[in-house]
Design a protein around this ligand. Structure first.
Ligand SMILES: Nc1ncnc2c1ncn2[C@@H]1O[C@H](COP(=O)(O)OP(=O)(O)O)[C@@H](O)[C@H]1O
Ligand SMILES: [Mg+2]
Length: 226
């Protein structure tokens, strides 16, 4: 489904071009549960920004569902992102003056889904992440684990083809982190959602079916999980 071929990424720092990702070649099939590990600064976020259609300034080819997206117009590229990817971040990125339901509804509102359908769909996904009945709550009044569940609900509400989570358990204690990982695994198993999780935590990494390791912008290993 996701096929990267010789991806090279450069950042300009002043006059200099710094080579950040080196010849990344990688395939991810539909339904996979993949972890990406590596030291801070090794290029993990840079890589998933490319995979998640946030960044298109790179050299190499990205074939998504048999289509080389390198030649897409910006409009088509944005549509591709909105239709296919859900994002989860370390710090949840919820909007605190909106209710839980309003936060989760945002992607559907942007997509122009009708209000009645939005309400129903939001309740369904809140149920799915274990927050049935929390529609009217305010994110800041919830625990970290609950806030991450809200952000996962927001990420899946549009039925994306794949989920990308950048250090989703980085701000959580180990017990809560295990619960969030169990939720990701459940979404992967029951809904066959493709999930890509960046993590620093070896305990998280070893729960993945497949683990990629990045060092200094190079893919140095690609192994099956335990
Ligand atoms: N917008 C940017 N401009 C310049 N350099 C950047 C930018 N973003 C990241 N970098 C550099 O790219 C390298 C990889 O960063 P990143 O992908 O965030 O690593 P990781 O997520 O593994 O910690 C780092 O050296 C970082 O300083
Ligand atoms: Mg990062």
């Amino acid at each position: 489904m996701i096929s990267l071929k010789n991806i090279n990424k450069y950042y300009k720092q002043g006059e200099q071009e710094v080579h950040i990702l080196h010849d990344i070649t990688l395939d991810i099939q539909q339904g996979e549960f993949v972890g990406i590990m590596g030291q801070s600064g090794s290029g993990k976020s840079t890589l998933i920004n490319i995979i998640g259609f946030l960044d298109r300034e790179y050299k190499g080819d990205y074939v998504f569902k048999e289509d080389n997206i390198v030649h897409y117009t910006n409009k088509k590229f944005t549509y591709l992102r909105n239709k296919n990817v859900g994002f989860v971040f370390q710090n949840f990125k919820l909007i605190n003056n909106l209710s839980v339901a309003e936060n989760v509804a945002l992607p559907l509102m942007y997509a122009g889904v009708k209000k009645k359908e939005v309400t129903q769909r939001v309740s369904e996904v809140l149920e799915k992440v274990g927050l049935g009945g929390y529609e009217k709550s305010i994110p800041s009044q919830l625990s970290g684990g609950q806030q991450q569940r809200v952000s996962i609900a927001r990420a899946i509400v549009g039925n994306p083809t794949f989920l990308i989570a950048d250090e989703p358990t980085g701000a959580l204690d180990s017990q809560t982190s295990a619960e969030i990982m169990a939720l990701f695994k459940q979404l992967n198993t029951l809904n066959h959602t493709t999930i890509i999780i960046v993590t620093h935590d070896p305990n998280v990494g070893k729960q993945m079916d497949r683990l990629l390791t990045i060092l200094d912008g190079r893919l140095i290993s690609d192994t099956e999980g335990e």
